[in-house]
Write a protein that binds this ligand. Structure first.
Ligand code: C2E
Ligand code: MG
Ligand code: MG
Ligand code: MG
Length: 285
């Protein structure tokens, strides 16, 4: 596409560039209406016990069903939502939606399991998180046991003491706290020391390297597993795609697996089938 520049001449710019900057513009513009237009949806990625594949949890992962762009992945719009501050409303929507679905599943007689929600640092800095959570749990009649909040290490790096007290109140209420993307942030050990989480999620970047027999990354995985065991925390390995990785994690006593090897994130209806079945087998390709 030819673009006019200031001097009345034309220069070429790639279609891709135009498309992506237009897309960014459009997403930023349309985000404000996305909640009221009911354009967000949640997919669920199962978490299974390493030993027997039995379903023990799931992570709620947001997608945006945009009228022009189709299903937009969170990697594309969550960073934008953090900049334009829509993330707070989006997070509160996810919390309510999960409570609503848990109620629906309970009423359908499905054996419900804890659902993990990603709560970004910026939401902890704004008031009202604890009250919102408490209200939703009460409105939908959900036991706090069924909610798990995934926070990143940078949440715990934040020096505002209100962040700690909010996390503590959530823990006291009975909501479990998991540290997401463990090992990739700046506060791995400090975060555990200052605030003992219930669970840590080993990031995919470490899992990816298992097959390469990378001494450093495999060492980090084993050290994390030992640390978790001695502090009585649960561990989830994220991004497990291959059988070899599963074998390594099983051998080293990792409790729980989340990854494409067992299941990609799936739509609600598919997730209901998985809940009913209660277990998954590794998809050996
Ligand atoms: P995350 O919280 O670390 O979520 C895990 C991501 O890894 C998900 O991507 C999941 O689909 C992907 N994944 C899991 N197993 C595998 C695997 O075996 N192979 C590969 N290649 N990928 C795997 P997704 O759904 O695109 O989400 C990306 C990130 O977007 C999430 O990373 C999270 O940081 C953010 N996100 C997703 N949903 C929400 C949300 O509701 N709220 C907020 N604040 N952030 C969200
Ligand atoms: Mg997560
Ligand atoms: Mg993660
Ligand atoms: Mg991640």
């Amino acid at each position: 596409k030819a673009k006019k520049d200031g001097k009345n001449t034309y220069k070429l710019s790639s279609d891709d560039e135009d498309l992506s900057s237009y897309k960014k513009y459009a997403l930023d513009r349309d985000m404000r209406k996305a909640i009221s237009n009911e354009e967000f949806e949640l997919h669920f990625q199962p978490q299974v016990e390493t030993g027997n594949g039995s379903l023990c949890g799931a992570e709620a992962l947001i997608r945006w069903n945009h009228k022009e762009w189709g299903l937009v992945s969170p990697g594309e719009f969550i960073p934008m939502a953090e900049e334009n501050h829509m993330i707070n409303g989006i997070t509160d929507w996810v919390i309510e939606k999960v409570c609503q679905l848990l109620k629906e599943w309970k009423e359908k007689g499905l054996p419900i399991i804890p659902i993990a929600i990603n709560v970004p640092p910026i939401r902890f800095m704004k008031k009202g998180l604890f009250q919102h959570v408490k209200t939703q749990l009460e409105n939908y009649g959900i036991d706090p046991f069924y909610l798990e909040f995934e926070i990143t290490e940078d949440t715990l790096l934040n020096i505002e003491s209100s962040v700690y007290s909010t996390i503590q109140s959530l823990k006291d209420l009975g909501i479990r706290i998991a540290v997401d993307d463990f090992g990739t942030g700046y506060a791995s050990l400090a975060s555990i020391r200052k605030f003992k989480p219930n669970k840590i999620k080993i990031d995919k970047i470490f899992i990816d390297n298992i097959n390469n027999e990378d001494k450093v990354d495999n060492g980090i995985i084993c050290a994390t597993l030992n640390l978790a065991k001695s502090l009585e925390m649960n561990v989830v390995a994220e991004g497990v795609e291959e059988f070899e990785q599963l074998k390594f994690l099983k051998k080293n006593d990792c409790d729980v697996i989340q990854g494409y090897l067992f299941s990609k994130p799936v739509k609600k209806e598919m997730f209901e089938h998985i809940m009913k079945a209660g277990y998954l087998s590794p998809q050996v390709s």
